[in-house]
Structure formats: structure tokens, C-alpha cells
Design a protein around this ligand. Structure first.
Ligand code: CUA
Length: 158
């Protein structure tokens, strides 16, 4: 017969443990299914081998989508950014979309908080408004191979 006797303190701690787990699982369920919170990297996916044939990355570049508002579709690849030379007016609000057909790259823009990862199979998004005129360097900050230190671009805000 299974007539196990738990001391009272042990029963209390067991109940606290079970209750904590139950609360966690309920909250997790509400966040995942009720509020739709998902890992951001899984929102938009792309076949790495088909990047050059998949819009908008079949024509990388800057597209104006509103009043001084732009979409920047950038392909990071060994060892360059496409496009690597971008000119924008002051105050431009830019929605960056970045992907890569080969290996993991970074996309960091100096003097801004733009700090993105380009991961094969994924499209990374970030929005930034260029309020100050100047020359901004675009740097790959993820070691991606023998030409990593040559992988850079420029943004001219004028
Ligand atoms: Cu691309 Cu380092």
C-alpha cells in the first residue's frame, strides 16, 4: 500500500512549488496565445538561397513610403552591404529590413542605436529617424569571415 506520510512542512512547500509552476504556465499561456507574444526572429522568414529572387530583396535599396519616410531593404553578404551607399534627407524615418543569403552578419550604424543582426533565413527589422545631418558608417559587427573588417557602408544624411 502507498500510504506515504508527508510532514506538514513538506506538504506546504510542495503546494507552493506546484502553485508557482501553475501560475507560471498560465501566465506563459496568456502571453503566448492571448497576447500573441512570440520570439521576434520568427515573425518573418526567408529562404536564404532565394534571397536575390524574393521581394523586396530582389531589388535592394531605399523606397519612399511616406512623407520623409522610407523603407531600406538591405542585403548583408560576404563582404558588403547592398546597397552600401545610401543618401537620405535630414529627419528621414527609415524602416530597415535586413537579411543575408550566406552567414550571420551584423549591421551597426555609428552614432545611432541601430544595431541589428542579419541571420540566414530571417528578416530583421528596425526603425530609426535620422535627425542629425552627417556621415554615418555602417559596420558589420559580427565576425563573418576573412573579409569581415572590409564589410562596411555609408549613409549620408543631408
Ligand atoms: Cu559581415 Cu562581419
Amino acid at each position: 500500500m502507498f500510504n506515504i506520510h508527508f510532514p506538514r512542512e513538506e506538504r506546504i512547500w510542495l503546494m507552493i512549488g506546484i502553485a508557482t509552476l501553475a501560475i507560471f504556465l498560465v501566465l506563459f499561456g496568456i502571453m503566448a496565445f492571448g497576447m500573441g507574444l512570440q520570439p521576434p526572429g520568427h515573425m518573418m522568414q526567408i529562404e536564404p538561397k532565394a534571397v536575390t529572387a524574393t521581394p523586396p530583396f530582389d531589388h535592394p535599396g531605399i523606397t519612399q513610403i511616406g512623407d520623409n519616410e522610407y523603407e531600406a531593404n538591405i542585403v548583408a553578404q560576404v563582404f558588403m552591404f547592398n546597397p552600401g551607399d545610401i543618401t537620405l534627407p535630414v529627419g528621414a524615418k527609415v524602416h530597415f529590413k535586413v537579411t543575408t543569403p550566406d552567414v550571420v552578419h551584423g549591421l551597426y550604424i555609428t552614432d545611432t542605436n541601430v544595431n541589428m543582426m542579419a541571420v540566414p533565413g530571417h528578416i530583421t527589422e528596425f526603425t530609426y529617424t535620422f535627425r542629425k545631418p552627417g556621415e554615418y558608417l555602417v559596420l558589420c559587427h559580427e565576425y563573418c569571415g576573412i573579409g569581415h573588417q572590409l564589410m562596411m557602408g555609408q549613409i549620408h544624411v543631408q
